[in-house]
Design a protein around this ligand. Sequence first.
Ligand code: UDP
Length: 235
Amino acid sequence: MNYKRILLKMSGEALAGEAGRGIDFDFTEKVCRGVKQCLDSGIQVGIVVGGGNYWRGAKDGGDRMVRTHADYMGMLATVMNSVALMDTLEKLGAEAVIQTSFDVERVAEPFNPDAALRHMRAGRAVIFAAGSGEPYFTTDTAAVLRALDIRADVLLLGKNVDALYSADPKLVKDAERFSEISYSEVLRRDLKAMDTAATQLAMENHLPLHVFGLRDPENIARAAAGEPIGTIVHE
Ligand code: UDP
């Protein structure tokens, strides 16, 4: 079962590949090929990307800067990643538009959910940049908000691990791997699907989450086609 409309969230670090900073173009291209596969099969695609490969407000600037200023830098970092994604998608022959939560008008359109839906219905990927536009939030929360705004069928969470586990599978050999789990169990066990505020918002609004491994970017099309890879979080 293909989803009709998806919101794909990946961290900024995902685009940095092994280096952990900046952009790994070979890997970014593979991710964008996965996105194009979805578009080519008629799935409507929204994307939220983090900014941690450049800057995280609290971690990188918190004790030296006013938090609000440091978080603006983090949100601007997501705009840089979004430009890289748009550029790469266009090189692959896909159409992509960036919408930002605060105006960066030469680079992106202002966020507008109805205009976003029109773009998506015309086969364009819409990249939602600048997070929620508000300091003290994360791009996980922004991803849930945008998924709800565009009435996505699912929020796809591309991660470094291939699924949710009861403990870090690198540290705990017999950690339990979940193929399905409820929001309340994710919160109770403090599993790292998203931060707590984002998971709670998804739960309150019945937004299904699908966690999968982004190391193999072909998983994007698999998850979007509803294949049971990774972990599904729902009621
Ligand atoms: N950020 C913010 N509000 C938002 C989203 C992001 O202030 O709605 C800032 C915050 O400083 C955060 C940074 O942008 O640390 C990068 O986002 P995030 O940490 O979510 O990126 P990721 O870890 O997914 O790469």
